[in-house]
Design a protein around this ligand. Structure first.
Ligand code: CP3
Length: 349
């Protein structure tokens, strides 16, 4: 076998770690790695019209997905899209307002939930699957392609609240006042998320991540009902058709409930938020699943010696087990590019 074929058939490091192997150096990618800290992203974004138009334009979305791979050589690309294309595809009006974030027509009651349209859901998202195909064909075989969806709870917080909020009060209130109506919404989101993820896999995604960014505000009973159970249903729904697909779960902010999530959902890896202590990750999580994380995105903004020290601590504590180096949450727009370069050099050095 010549060297070209060997390298093209080698398994990407991300997939090795997700099957439990240890890689030195660990694979690295960053949540929100395609985004506003990159001048080349801002250029394409300006040409695309609105943010949603960018998500539904396969050529431009593929270009933006590949930008951080071309610039930094990350070990994985993540599909450029957003978790809120799901409500958009269900017929709820979604827009992204500059400096404000997503704005939706809030679902005020069960009547509004029942008016969501299931028909044409996958057809509406066809451009996203086209993006996956284009990215996969433009990507080196050693770089893994990650598809994703928002977890039902996190997506529901935007659908019910109409926008982001620090405490997700609207969705929590809805769930307390009308648990059956809220269950209907969560069940619908589980069902369409499974379809959406399977279509991403069919188009060429190799790994899936489920983002539950707002799981951290739920009391334990609500955590079990609105975060744990839907994640478990999505994992088993996807695995019924694609038994071997590696899945990463991100129940951000759930602290001591992380191990329960890791064990009961059946994910291959958990993405650890910034607040989780490294010893806890090592002893309570990494013995059972691969771990991803958990550098503070704001430390990547500050840079300097503190950044290097923390990178070394993460590598020292977690580097001898299955580790995917990442941030504890998404990269922020004010991140200097040279700090990202410094991070990658340190992790690979
Ligand atoms: O590079 C990647 O990670 C892939 C693309 C991606 C985006 N959003 C692009 C995006 C992914 C995986 C997401 C996930 C997402 N979207 C989450 C879960 C992860 C997390 O960060 O907690 C959530 C909660 C959303 C919803 C969302 N989308 C919000 C709250 C906002 C506004 C806040 C912000 O950062 O501006 C967005 C907009 C958004 N999604 C941008 C990008 C690059 C910025 C929009 C712009 O370019 O104007």
């Amino acid at each position: 076998m010549d060297t070209v074929i060997q390298s093209s058939t080698e398994k990407p490091a991300l997939l090795k770690v997700l099957s439990g192997e240890v890689c030195h150096p660990p694979p690295i990618w960053l949540m929100r790695q395609a985004g506003r800290y990159l001048p080349e992203y801002l250029e394409v974004r300006a040409d695309a019209g609105s943010f949603l138009e960018l998500c539904y334009n396969p050529e431009l979305a593929a270009q933006v997905t590949l930008q951080p791979i071309i610039r930094f050589g990350f070990d994985a690309a993540i599909l450029f899209s957003d978790i809120l294309v799901i409500p958009d595809a269900l017929g709820q009006k979604v827009s992204f307002v500059q400096n404000e974030g997503p704005v939706l027509d809030p679902l005020k009651d069960f009547e509004a939930v029942k008016s969501l349209r299931r028909e044409g859901f996958l057809e509406h998202l066809a451009p996203v699957f086209e993006t996956v195909k284009l990215v996969r064909s433009g990507l080196d075989p050693n770089v893994a392609l990650i598809g994703f969806c928002g977890a039902p709870w996190t997506v529901a917080t935007y659908m019910v609240g109409g926008r982001g909020s620090p405490d997700q009060a609207a969705a929590r209130g809805f769930a307390y006042q009308d648990p059956d109506g809220f269950q209907y919404l969560i069940d619908l989101l589980v069902e369409v998320s499974v379809e959406y993820l399977l279509a991403q896999l069919n188009a060429g995604a190799q790994v899936l991540q489920i983002f539950d960014s707002w799981a951290g505000n739920l009391p334990e009973g609500e955590f079990a009902r609105w975060c744990l159970k839907p994640a478990k249903q999505i994992v088993s729904g996807v695995r019924a058709k694609a038994p071997d697909v590696p899945i990463i779960g991100f129940p951000r902010g759930v602290g001591p409930l992380y191990p329960v999530y890791a064990k009961e959902t059946g994910v291959n890896a958990v993405s650890c938020d910034t607040s989780l202590p490294l010893k806890f990750i090592k002893n309570q999580l990494q013995h059972h699943v691969a771990v991803q994380g958990n550098l503070d995105p704001l430390l990547l903004v500050s840079g300097g010696a503190a950044l290097e020290t923390r990178i070394d601590e993460i590598l020292h504590e977690l580097g001898d087990g299955p580790l995917i180096f990442n941030l504890g949450h998404g990269i922020v727009p004010q991140t200097p590019i040279k700090h990202v370069e410094q991070l990658i050099a340190r992790v690979r050095g």
